[in-house]
Design a protein around this ligand. Structure first.
Ligand SMILES: Nc1ncnc2c1ncn2[C@@H]1O[C@H](COP(=O)(O)OP(=O)(O)O)[C@@H](O)[C@H]1O
Ligand SMILES: [Mg+2]
Length: 1078
């Protein structure tokens, strides 16, 4: 997906204002406050229109990352918060797309961050321009030229630990695509005086310290150096080490950079040898020596150092020694040699060191240029980056400061010109009326310095060329004459009486009111430095060196090319190169970075308002804003303007169909912005007051909130709906899947059930068939077996008669039949009589017939008994029934019984009917009489017996007097409960009566009779037939009877009979009645 374009603006999330043009109200205080506020929030960049103000943060900020580079890439200048990358991007794109050569002018005081800014610009351009191996190599070489030049051209000063001591302008060349092709570096006036002397608290150029700290022992030996800084007079001792700077590591970086840039090993070696030689030059010391001719002469104190230098540089020692002692002046083909005194010798030495070093530096720049120059001849687009030393005010300001500050004046000049010009051009371009603006133009100061007839530089040159004695003082005098009336020139000695009493102005000085402040220049050294003299003897000595590099550095030493014309002075050289530079810059589209130093302590977080105020003043930044705001504070192309504010008007929101300009017109009309507040240019809208812009911004902010709410609303609605639809769709999908799954499962279940059922049925069927088949088979087998048996039987039956095995059985059966036949025939003849009581039975003939024999006897007996019984009449049958009853009741229980068996039961022994005596009795009894007999009734009291007639009818038992036949007592049979008797051979028996019955009032009866058995039997049978109850007959030799109230025990005693064979009865006491039985 393409990255979504988010239209942002500088105006979003601003801290203070991002563009000073929008500052309201505009004055110095608000300006500084805005800078401070932004600085405190780490916003070190602020715009004035297209100019970038950069406040040195003195600490690394996370705003230069590759991500940031990407952020600013291809974005409009005002789209993001102010940044040096925005300016770089603008410049680069303008170069690439609009074919405009660019220059980036970085100005500011020493330590304000110019060099850093230039490096940031270069690294940004390197990051965004084309890629590829070749392009990358070019980029790398361009970037790596920095460390090399910094090592040789930068030094620690009181203002800056890494102060550039030369001016640098670098043209980066691009092809039509915007790919870098190469570059050209120009250097301006290296501060070479630093080689021999440094102000307090400052250092010599970095390279000396780096070499001594970083070189290996071996290299040091080769260069004849010692690691100890204090060994060298040219190295200021008080600040040899700088905090946070690792000279040794930097030395490695520099060597690596030199390698990348394309220095050969021997070139590096040569360069280091020159550096070593310069360092060692400082150690050559002179002592005075008086000559005979009275001339002062100097002599080298210790020749050892000189010797080593000569060895290093392959110079003939005597030549060099001579060069330090004599000076040859050549005039009109005449050579005059004069000796040098000690001071002159030192001057010569230092001049040599300075020249050697500064020429080496120029050589380095050229050598780098050779490496990085574009290889093609095609037309190139150029981006120039100018990082020149900043405006400097020291305690002692000399020629160098004068030159440097002049250069800064020129830059300010070009800034003013170009800014105004650009502004003016824009107005013309856009067809807007131009209103004039007042600002300080420093052209007048430039004029004071560079004017060809009476400028300070011209005066200096004049002095230097003038014959006669020329000193710094004569130069000052001249200035005092010529420049006295100049507004910006101040001197004690001038004709102008203003400064006569100004004690802050020493006599040997002059003061210039630069645009950036007043600077007091010590006039001492101006002439010398401008002359920049190196005695010819020295340059010739150098030219004679065996060292190729040194030789090449001093071409004027070649006697063949001797040139008597004076070389151009340093001042005029510089003026010329500055003029070229300015011309060059004017042809290009300028981009400004104005660096500001927030404090003098090189410290982070400190914002010294006084210091900043000063810089703002001399940089003319307020004027810059005013110019920018002249008439109109803010301008913007129609498209982005419409894009930014179109939501404020119905017609333009959300889309405007027509041209952007008319869209903006409609918009501004709709918003009722007063017409004098804005103006329509050709491609831009111009807004007069920042107020109007802020009003627009406020409206926009408000509207954006509303829109955001609207978008939020719609988005939420949309989101909910999409979510709902998604849920719905998902639900259907899930349901479908679930149904499918459920159906599948059901189907699987049914299928497996069907299979189970199927398999059961098949099994069942198969088993049935199997059963049937088995059955069939068994039937067949059975039929076969039966048939076989049947056949067997048939056959056997048919053939049995032929079998001998059956004979035995036949014989046996036959014999048995015969025996049994014989037995039965014999038995027939031997049958006993038919009397049932005949016990005879023939003996058994064979043992095996034993059971048969016994059975036969039994059957025979039963049969003859039957025969016998069949003869009986009914009466006889009755008698036998009674006899049988008697047998059941008494057999084996009563000893009397056997004797009764033979007696027939007659019952009515006493024939009452026939005896008239008993006629009355007979009449009294209507029922049938079963027993009528005389018995002895035992007297209950004494055991004596009395005869009584005992009568038994169907229902009653009667006792009657034997004589009278009078009924004595009548007992209904139901009242008879029991009959008791002994087991012995006597005829006593007791009849027990039911207790409480009428008959029982006198108690039970005790009788004795000869027909006891018969009587008891009949009593039993009658009771049974009448009352359906079995009469209880107790047979015991001792039983109890109830006599009246007493219970009397009747006891039978056997054998105690004394008289005869009749049993006797005797009442012993009221409890016992004894019967003695024989
Ligand atoms: N953008 C920056 N971010 C962080 N530190 C900076 C930045 N610009 C400058 N500095 C610090 O300030 C010091 C001086 O900056 P430099 O560019 O050498 O000053 P100038 O070239 O103007 O004399 C640097 O060494 C560095 O420590
Ligand atoms: Mg610098």
């Amino acid at each position: 997906m393409a990255k979504m374009e988010v239209k942002t603006s500088l105006l979003d999330n601003m801290i203070g204002v991002g563009d000073m043009v929008l500052l309201e109200p505009l004055n110095e205080e608000t300006f500084i406050n805005n800078l401070k506020k932004r600085f405190d929030h780490n916003e070190i960049y602020t715009y004035i229109g297209s100019v970038v103000i950069s406040v040195n943060p003195y600490r690394s900020l996370p705003i230069y990352s590759p991500e940031k580079v990407e952020d600013y890439r291809n974005r409009n200048f005002y789209e993001l918060s102010p940044h040096i990358f925005a300016l770089s991007d603008e410049a680069y794109r303008s170069l690439r797309d609009q074919d405009k050569d660019q220059c980036i002018l970085i100005t500011g005081e020493s330590g304000a961050g110019k060099t850093e800014a230039s490096k940031l610009v270069m690294s940004y351009v390197a990051a965004v321009c084309g890629k590829g191996a070749e392009v990358n190599q070019v980029k790398e070489q361009l970037l790596q030229s920095n460390p090399v030049l910094e090592a040789f051209g930068n030094a620690k000063t009181v203002r800056n630990d890494n102060s550039s001591r030369f001016g640098k302008y670098m043209d980066i060349e691009f092809d039509f695509k915007g790919d870098p092709l190469g570059g050209v570096i120009s250097n301006y006036l290296l501060e070479k005086s630093r080689v021999v002397k440094q102000p307090r608290g400052e250092r010599n150029f970095h390279v000396f310290y780096q070499l001594l700290s970083g070189a290996s022992e071996e290299l040091l030996n080769k260069l004849k150096l010692e690691r100890d800084f204090s060994r060298y007079n040219y190295l200021g001792l008080d600040s040899a080490r700088v905090n946070g700077v690792d000279d040794a590591a930097n030395f490695r970086t520099v060597r690596n950079a030199m390698q990348i840039v394309g220095f050969m090993d021997h070139e590096v070696e040569s360069v280091l040898e020159v550096v070593a030689a310069v360092l060692k030059l400082g150690n050559i010391e002179f002592k005075p020596e008086s000559r005979v001719n009275g001339l002062d002469e100097s002599k080298i104190k210790d020749k050892n150092e000189l010797k080593e230098i000569c060895e290093l540089t392959s110079i003939d020692q005597s030549v060099l020694e001579r060069a330090f002692s004599f000076r040859t002046v050549e005039a009109k083909q005449e050579k005059v040699s004069t000796t040098l005194n000690v001071a002159q010798a030192y001057y010569a030495r230092d001049a040599l060191a300075k020249n050697l070093y500064s020429r080496l530096f120029s050589w380095l720049v050229n050598r780098i240029n050779e490496s990085i120059k574009a290889q093609t001849k095609v037309r190139k687009k150029v981006m120039g980056v100018l990082d020149i030393y900043g405006f400097e005010i020291f305690e002692d300001n000399s020629f160098e400061q004068f030159i440097i500050n002049y250069c800064n004046e020129k830059l300010q000049q070009i800034f003013i010109e170009l800014t105004l010009k650009e502004e003016q051009e824009e107005y013309i371009r856009e067809d807007i009326e131009w209103t004039h603006i007042d600002y300080f133009n420093n052209a007048i100061i430039c004029d004071l310095i560079e004017n060809n007839t009476n400028g300070i530089l011209a005066m200096l040159d004049e002095e230097c060329l003038r014959p006669g004695t020329v000193t710094d003082e004569t130069f000052l005098e001249k200035l005092n004459q010529v420049c006295a009336t100049h507004q910006h020139f101040e001197s004690r000695m001038s004709k102008c009486s203003r400064f006569l009493n100004d004690t802050s102005l020493p006599h040997s000085c002059f003061r210039i009111q630069h645009y950036a402040g007043k600077v007091l220049y010590q006039v001492e050294g101006f002439v010398d430095k401008n002359n920049d003299l190196l005695y010819r003897d020295l340059s010739q000595a150098m030219w004679k060196a065996g060292h190729a590099l040194i030789k090449s550095l001093f071409p004027e030493g070649n006697p063949a090319k001797i040139n008597l014309k004076r070389p151009p002075t340093a001042g005029s050289q510089f003026k010329a190169s500055v003029a070229t530079l300015m011309k060059n810059l004017q042809t290009k589209n300028p981009n400004y970075i104005r660096c500001i130093k927030p404090n003098d302590k090189k410290a982070a977080h400190i914002f010294s308002e006084g210091l900043v105020c000063h810089q703002i003043r001399y940089l003319g930044l307020l004027e810059n804003v005013r110019v920018r705001r002249a008439g109109y504070a803010f301008r913007q192309a129609y498209e982005p303007c419409l894009e930014r504010y179109k939501m404020l008007c119905k017609e333009t929101w959300p889309h405007w169909k027509g041209p952007a300009r008319s869209g903006v017109e409609v918009l501004f009309n709709e918003l009722e912005i007063p017409v004098e507040e804005y103006s329509f240019g050709r491609s831009k809208i111009f807004i007069r007051n920042p107020r109007t812009l802020f009003k627009l911004e406020d409206l926009r902010k408000q509207r954006l909130e509303d829109l955001a709410t609207l978008i939020q609303k719609i988005y939420r609605g949309w989101k909910c709906r999409t979510h709902f639809l998604l849920m719905k769709r998902s639900q259907i999908v899930i349901a479908a899947w679930y149904r499918r799954y459920a159906q599948q499962k059901r189907y699987q279940q049914i299928k497996s059930s069907a299979l189970v059922i199927q398999s059961y049925i098949r099994g069942w069927k198969a088993r049935k068939i199997l059963r049937e088949l088995k059955h069939q088979k068994r039937c067949q087998e059975a039929a076969t077996t039966i048939a076989a048996y049947w056949h067997g039987t048939q056959v056997r039956r048919e053939y049995r008669k032929f079998f001998r095995a059956n004979a035995g059985k036949k014989i046996y059966e036959f014999t048995l039949q015969r025996i049994v036949q014989k037995y039965f025939l014999e038995m027939k003849s031997k049958m006993p009589s038919l009397s049932p009581i005949d016990k005879n039975w023939p003996s058994r003939p064979y043992l095996f017939l034993d059971s048969t024999h016994k059975e036969l006897k039994r059957i025979f007996h039963l049969w003859r008994c039957k025969k016998y019984r069949d003869q009986f009449t009914d009466q006889q049958k009755l008698i036998y029934e009674e006899k049988l009853e008697a047998s059941e009741l008494f057999k084996d229980k009563k000893a009397l019984y056997p004797s009764s068996v033979g007696q027939p039961f007659q019952g009515a022994y006493l024939e009452i009917n026939k005896n008239p005596k008993y006629k009355k009795l007979k009449d009294a009894i209507e029922e049938k009489i079963i027993i009528a007999e005389v018995v002895n009734k035992i007297n209950r009291a004494n055991g004596k017996s009395t005869s009584r007639i005992f009568l038994l009818t169907n229902n009653n038992l009667l006792l009657a007097d034997q004589k009278s036949g009078q009924i004595k007592s009548e007992v209904p049979l139901v009242d008879v409960t029991k009959v008791s008797m002994s087991s012995q051979n006597d005829g006593f028996f007791a009849v027990h009566l039911k207790e409480g019955s009428e008959a029982a009032s006198k108690g039970d009866f005790l009788f004795s009779s000869d027909h006891l058995i018969e009587m008891a039997t009949k009593l039993y049978r009658t009771t049974l037939s009448q009352t359906k109850q079995k009469l209880n007959i107790e047979i015991s030799d001792e039983f109890l009877v109830q006599f009246r109230q007493d219970k009397v025990c009747v006891k039978f005693i056997q054998g105690s009979q004394k008289n005869g064979s009749v049993p006797t009865c005797k009442r012993k006491n009221n409890r016992l009645l004894e019967v003695a039985v024989p």
